[in-house]
Each structure stands twice: as structure tokens, then as C-alpha cells.
Design a protein around this ligand. Structure first.
Ligand SMILES: [Zn+2]
Length: 476
């Protein structure tokens, strides 16, 4: 996962660490796999965490380990495809198939094998050693997402060992370079170059979604069905400049500043989607008073703008109620006694599913209301529509969650973070972010220092993956 929107949680986590408070005791884990499968999951997990599969190194090392475990368990060369990318040969993908009875199109699971860089001097433990300490497994990738990769391999092997024949094929794609993204992203590469190998009726991405824990209590279990698109613009003014002793009405800095004030007052239209209507309807139950009434109003198909505006007073809810753009960087001028020849602002936008870069550019231009301010998008932008939450899938996941963690509610959500589901959605495959590992929202270490996974939670994540993989492969 990249570009997480959980800034508030990260700030809270930093405060927690720097102020020296211990995190709350984790809740009792859910059911665990049989001991032999636990050992297998542990051994795979340990080996792959100890491979430094960052962008510059690539994913071959992890791919080799996964293939070795799969072959030792009886998967054949016909079941396993090892696919280095032609243009980026260090970025290696692995696609494995557990062949079923052919009743319907396969289910695709996808997990990335790369990790974000970790510098030993920033960590209190060596980041590429798998260390068990104080009830946690430590190491880069222990929560994003080598834990889920190990769970996927261990579950495939368990199903095969049990001689389970699924109704539909189960495909698992272990992919390269998700954290860097773009052309060499393994999931995107597979969809472009090897579509028949990964073609499926739906994709399950354990990188997105998951259960949330706060103060040692389980809150709810999120399924990510939509994500916002990330796009950055520059806003630039230019001027012939001159001596600062002779200012004129035309001025690059003042023109840009006035435009930014206009942008700061602009409110993108509120909208709800199939995902957020269910999300607000369910989240209303955890609220009281006006907030509860407003969230219930937002569950209705017709938008209540006043309710949306009140709920949007809370920044995390604001983020899922409309597109947002915000100035994040500013530069201008070249010398203290010269009139500025240019001024530039960087404006970061997060777009609701189905909104376009061109439409957003037009909205910014209207908000700044000055044709001298040139608005340009930076880089390529990927976007994909929402996967409308399929009620029977949500119900099936709820059944599996009930069997693991009774009393926890499954809630579809929209993420402002991006990940590989954007590629599968773009390719027309309905995609669900469903991860079996739980996160303490006040102690998020993904991409950060001393990344870790609570030991009991890791094993129950393996068990959840097995149960969901099995159930889904037999569903209508
Ligand atoms: Zn990830």
C-alpha cells in the first residue's frame, strides 16, 4: 500500500512512541491453523522477510523462496509460472494456480513481494532480520505485506495437502514493485502481458482493507471497494519582473496568492457512492446525536448536502465525501530586490472514483479565476471506478469473520491510499481489499520504523486467509 491517508493515526503513533507510553494489550487472537501449517507459515514468513526486496534489488529472491515451498508441497511446473518482466528483469512475478472443477471463472488473489526501503540506522532492530520479541514478529514487510504473502502460500499448500478441489480455479499472483508503482508494477505488467494467466471473475487483494483495533478492542472489519485517485498540479504565474523599487499592479506573487485564496474557498461537490452509503449507514451505529442522524441521512441514495457538510467537518470523513485539492508547496521570486518573474504552487488532489483529471483542472481554473495562472497536471495519472459492494460477497466475508471474530461488523470502505487494486479495477475485474491482519489504529508502522506483526494475529490471519480462500472458491 502506498500514499496512506491515515496521517492522523501516524501522528498519534509518533506521539505515542516519543512520549514513551506502551501500546494497549492486543485483543485475544482468533482461531489459528493446525500446528504443521503454523510452522510452515512461520518458516516462509521468516525467509521472505530476510530478503531485502526493495525497488532497486527487485523481487527475484522472494519469488525463488515461494516457488521452492510450493514445489516441495507438490505444485508442478504446470501450476507455477515465474515471470520476470522483459524490461525490468529483476522484477519477477509468480503466478500459481490451484486447479478446480471449472464451475465458473477463477478467483484471483494478489500480493506484492516488494517492500519499502528500511535504513538500519533508523530502526532499533536490524530491519531485514526476522526477530521474535515481546509477542511480535519484527522486520520490514511484517505488516506490508509479507505476512499476507506467507499466509497465501501456506493456505494454498494446506488446501492441496487436504486434497481440496475448488469449484473454481484459485489463482494467486505474487507481484513485483507495487510500492514504486507505474510501468514496472507487477500486477499491471501481468494484466498487460499475461492476461489469460490472471483473468478472473474477481480479485481479492489482502494489501487493502483489514480489521481495526483501538485501545485493545476490535472495531470493525473493512473491505476496500473503492479508492481515490492521486493527482498533483502545479499552478504557475510568470511576469517580466523588474526592480523592486518600482512595483507595478501586475505581480506574479500577488496573482498566485489571490488565486490560492480562491482555491482555498472552493468546495468540490459532495457525493456519496455505493460504498460510502453503506459505510455511513453502518458507521452511524457507532455515533450519537446529530452525527448519527447525519450519517443515517448519508446512507440514502439522494444526497443530503447539509448533512454531508456537517459530517465533512471531520477531516477523515471529509476525505471520502468529495474530491479535495490542497496547496502543499510554494515557491517564487529569485532575489530580494527583484520583482518575481515566476511563482509556483504545488496542489495535491485526491479525486473521487470516476472523476477526471480534466474536470478537476477545469474546477481549479474556475476557483483561481485568473487566466494568468497556468494549471498543469504532473506525471501520469491512473484512475479506476469503484467496485460496487456485492451484497453476497459482503455476506460471505461476514460469515468467515463471524467464524473468526464473533461480533465484528464487515464494512465496505473507500481508501485514499492507492495500491494494486487500481490496476485490476481498471482491467474490469471487480476488486476487493480484504486483509486478515488487524491493525492498531494508534500504532501504524507500515512503511515506518520497527515494523511488526503481533504473533497471534499473524497466525489467525493465516487461518482467515485459508477459510476465505476455501469459501470463495465454492461460492456461486
Ligand atoms: Zn502494501
Amino acid at each position: 500500500m502506498k500514499n496512506s491517508n491515515r496521517t492522523a493515526s501516524i501522528v498519534a503513533a509518533v506521539l505515542l512512541i516519543t512520549s514513551g507510553f506502551a501500546a494497549a494489550t492486543p485483543p485475544v487472537p482468533g482461531p489459528m491453523p493446525p500446528p504443521d501449517n503454523q510452522k510452515l507459515a512461520h518458516d516462509i514468513f521468516k525467509e521472505i522477510v530476510e530478503v531485502r526486496s526493495v525497488h532497486d534489488v527487485g523481487t527475484r529472491g522472494v519469488a525463488d523462496i515461494l516457488v521452492r515451498f510450493l514445489k516441495a508441497a507438490g505444485f508442478t511446473d504446470g501450476d507455477i509460472h515465474v515471470l520476470p518482466e522483459e524490461k525490468y528483469p529483476d522484477q519477477v512475478n509468480v503466478v500459481v494456480r490451484l486447479t478446480g472443477k471449472g464451475k465458473g471463472k477463477p478467483i484471483l488473489w494478489n500480493g506484492h513481494m516488494d517492500v519499502v526501503e528500511a535504513k538500519p540506522q533508523d530502526w532499533s532492530l536490524p530491519p531485514f532480520q526476522f526477530i521474535e520479541k515481546d509477542g511480535y514478529f519484527y522486520g520490514r514487510g511484517t505488516s506490508d505485506m509479507k505476512d499476507e504473502d506467507a499466509a497465501l502460500v501456506a493456505s494454498l499448500i494446506r488446501l492441496r495437502k487436504e486434497r481440496f478441489i475448488p469449484d473454481r480455479d484459485i489463482i494467486v499472483a505474487f507481484t513485483a514493485d507495487e510500492e514504486m508503482g507505474e510501468e514496472q508494477d507487477g500486477m499491471w505488467y501481468l494484466l498487460r502481458e499475461h492476461r489469460p494467466l490472471v483473468d478472473a471473475v474477481m480479485a481479492i487483494n489482502p494489501d487493502g482493507g483489514s480489521g481495526q483495533i483501538e485501545n485493545g478492542k476490535r472495531l470493525n472489519f473493512g473491505i476496500t471497494t473503492a479508492q481515490k485517485t492521486y493527482v498533483t498540479f502545479t499552478l504557475q504565474t510568470t511576469n517580466k519582473g523588474g526592480h523592486s523599487s518600482e512595483p507595478r499592479p501586475d505581480n506574479a506573487i500577488y496573482e498566485l496568492a489571490r488565486g490560492l485564496v480562491g482555491l482555498s474557498r472552493y468546495e468540490f461537490p459532495f457525493k456519496t457512492t455505493a460504498t460510502t452509503r453503506i459505510y455511513f449507514g453502518k458507521t452511524a451505529m457507532t455515533q450519537t446525536g446529530q452525527m448519527r442522524a447525519d450519517m443515517q441521512a448519508l446512507a440514502a441514495p439522494k444526497l443530503n448536502v447539509e448533512a454531508a457538510r456537517r459530517v465533512a467537518g471531520d477531516p477523515p470523513f471529509n476525505a471520502i465525501l468529495h474530491s479535495t485539492c490542497v496547496a502543499t508547496m510554494l515557491s517564487g521570486g529569485h532575489q530580494e530586490n527583484a520583482l518575481a518573474q515566476s511563482a509556483t504552487a504545488t496542489v495535491q488532489c485526491r479525486l473521487m472514483p470516476d472523476e477526471t483529471v480534466d474536470g478537476t483542472k477545469a474546477a481549479i481554473e474556475a476557483a483561481v479565476a485568473d487566466p494568468r495562472i497556468v494549471v498543469k497536471p504532473l506525471g501520469t495519472v491512473l484512475s479506476a471506478g469503484e467496485t460496487p459492494p456485492n451484497p453476497s460477497l459482503i455476506a460471505l466475508v461476514q460469515t468467515v469473520v463471524d467464524s473468526m471474530w464473533p461480533g465484528v461488523s464487515v464494512i465496505p470502505d473507500m481508501s485514499a491510499a492507492s495500491g494494486d487494486s487500481i490496476f485490476t479495477r481498471q482491467a474490469g475485474i471487480p476488486s476487493y481489499g480484504i486483509g486478515g491482519g488487524w491493525n492498531d489504529i494508534n500504532d501504524v508502522r507500515v512503511h515506518g520504523r520497527d515494523e511488526r506483526h503481533e504473533i497471534g494475529d499473524f497466525y489467525s490471519c493465516v487461518e482467515f486467509t485459508y477459510r476465505l480462500m476455501k469459501e470463495l472458491s465454492q461460492a456461486e
